[in-house]
Design a protein around this ligand. Structure first.
Ligand SMILES: Nc1ncnc2c1ncn2[C@@H]1O[C@H](COP(=O)(O)OP(=O)(O)O)[C@@H](O)[C@H]1O
Ligand SMILES: [Mg+2]
Length: 222
């Protein structure tokens, strides 16, 4: 499902180049639920964005579902993501002028979930995460936990093979975040989806089948 070899991503700031993320070798099988764990600033978001095809590695090979993302143009990468990947961003990235339901439907617009039954599926997903009475609320009218649940629905609307999640417990109390994560994992199990979560929190990692410490994937452990 996922295969990385000698992947590296650096950021340049003036004269200085810092290696933000380095992965010597990582394989994740279809259907696995994996936590990638590391302290703040160790490149977790950078890695997740590379897995999603939002960022390109400077070096190395990265393939998802047998597709080497580095061979795709930017627009083909976007299309590939829409077809196969669902992403729950660290900051959720809901569009503020749109309701919960509209935000989920916007996810379908860019993926294979577009179609006559998109609204029905969006309503079903929102009901599954307990938001049946919040469909028409704006993000600003929702709690952090509710916003996150909308973001989870948006990530799942296209029934992607791969679900990526950034710091699911990062922005809220652990009990609420834990419930959302358990819900996502339950839905993913039902749909045989692969889930990759990045987190700094060893406790949330225990909910996953496998945990990989990003420090062990660097050439020189930091
Ligand atoms: N756009 C950027 N420009 C320059 N440096 C960046 C940028 N994004 C991230 N970094 C740096 O790369 C490192 C890894 O960042 P990030 O992937 O966000 O880590 P994490 O998600 O583990 O906290 C950090 O040192 C961060 O400061
Ligand atoms: Mg991060």
């Amino acid at each position: 499902m996922i295969r990385l070899r000698e992947v590296q991503k650096s950021y340049r700031q003036g004269e200085r180049t810092t290696v933000a993320c380095e992965v010597t070798s990582l394989d994740i099988a279809a259907g696995e639920h994996v936590a990638l764990i590391g302290r703040s600033g160790t490149g977790k978001t950078t890695l997740l964005h590379m897995l999603a095809g939002i960022l390109r590695p400077d070096q190395g090979t990265l393939s998802i579902l047998g597709q080497d993302l580095s061979t795709l143009s930017e627009s083909d990468c976007d299309r590939f993501r829409g077809q196969h990947i669902g992403m729950v961003y660290q900051t959720f990235n809901l569009l503020q002028p749109f309701t919960a339901l509209e935000n989920v439907l916007l996810g379908a617009l860019f993926g294979r979930g577009a179609g006559a039954d998109a609204e029905e599926r969006a309503l079903h997903l929102l009901a599954q995460v307990g938001l049946e009475d919040r469909m028409h609320h704006l993000p600003s009218q929702l709690s952090v936990g509710q916003v996150q649940r909308v973001a989870v629905c948006r990530a799942l609307i296209n029934n992607p093979e791969l679900v990526l999640m950034d710091e699911p417990l990062g922005n809220q109390d652990k009990a609420t975040g834990g419930q959302v994560l358990d819900l996502l994992l339950q839905l993913a199990r039902n749909n045989k989806q692969t889930v990759v979560m990045v987190t700094h929190d060893p406790e949330s990692a225990t909910r996953m089948q496998r945990t990989v410490d990003l420090a062990t994937l660097r050439r020189v452990s930091s």
